[in-house]
Design a binder for this molecule. Structure first.
Ligand SMILES: Nc1ncnc2c1ncn2[C@@H]1O[C@H](COP(=O)(O)OP(=O)(O)OP(=O)(O)O)[C@@H](O)[C@H]1O
Length: 251
């Protein structure tokens, strides 16, 4: 179980200190999928970064299986089984896809071909390719997700995994999360605005203005969306996420 207790985050902005997160309280259980959604700039990525230790929490506590990790480094949190899927995997000269996946897997007994299959890439075409500028954004994104899968994590954080992934592959991406959820006990946290990703959620966490405005059942959020026609969905998404927020859009 991952717990955030009254977590706050203050960062140095251009005009002095800015409070990014306030009183974040969460209990995230093993083998559950949580989708974090809400308006742009609400604080979703900041929550993931505070969990990973990329931003150290300014107040409050973070516990994993009751152990206090609030002051632990990113490296230590990674060792304890927390992983963050970045937009793209790091590239090192000469590193092949196979090397990257084997490095990520460490002692875990996982087959690189299976990992590539899980993210919709053909092992024959990719395994021995060097990770360089010849890869598209979507391919790099999928490799990054494969390397997160390789690590068999306790907590896996995915920040907008659908970004840069074409519609055809999107279906495979949702299947990947379902498979990850079936195979392992990982707590999966996905930051997303996508309705099809929301459908995977055991719980939806709505973040706006640096606070959790709602933790709810996906059916409730999806029910609210279904009442509107396509043209109104954008407005609805703003309203769901921004009850205490003045965010509006005109579409
Ligand atoms: N390093 C930083 N320094 C100052 N302000 C920051 C920093 N990182 C984020 N912020 C601010 O914190 C707020 C929350 O940002 P965050 O990226 O967490 O939002 P988000 O909900 O993930 O947004 P989006 O949906 O657009 O990705 C924003 O107003 C952002 O400008």
């Amino acid at each position: 179980m991952l717990e955030l207790i009254n977590v706050g985050l203050t960062l140095e902005g251009d005009n002095g200190e800015v409070q990014i997160l306030k009183e974040i309280n969460l209990k995230l259980e093993q083998k559950k999928i949580y989708v974090v959604t809400g308006p742009n700039g609400g604080g979703k990525s900041s929550i993931a970064k505070v969990i990973m230790g990329i931003y150290p929490a300014t107040s409050g506590e973070i516990l994993i299986d009751s152990a206090n990790i609030t002051k632990e480094s990113i490296t230590e949190r990674a060792r304890l089984g927390i992983g963050y899927a970045f937009q793209q995997p790091p590239r090192f000269k000469g590193m092949k896809v196979r090397d990257m996946l084997e490095l990520a897997a460490g002692d875990n007994n996982v087959n690189p071909c299976d990992l590539l299959f899980d993210v919709g890439l053909c092992a024959q075409d990719y395994l021995d390719r060097e990770i360089n500028a010849s890869f598209s954004g979507g391919e790099l994104k999928r490799l990054e997700i494969a390397s997160v899968l390789a690590r068999k994590l306790k907590v896996a954080l995915f920040d907008e995994p659908e970004a840069g992934i074409d519609l055809w592959s999107f279906q495979k991406l949702t299947e990947t999360f379902e498979r990850l959820n079936e195979k392992y006990d990982t707590t999966i946290v996905i930051i997303s605005h996508q309705e099809r990703i929301l459908k995977l959620a055991d719980q939806v966490i709505v973040v706006a203005n640096g606070k959790i405005s709602e933790i709810t059942d996906k059916d409730k959020i999806l029910g609210e969306i279904e009442h509107l026609d396509t043209a109104c969905r954008c407005r609805n998404a703003c309203e769901i996420g921004g009850k205490a927020n003045a965010v509006k859009c005109d579409r």
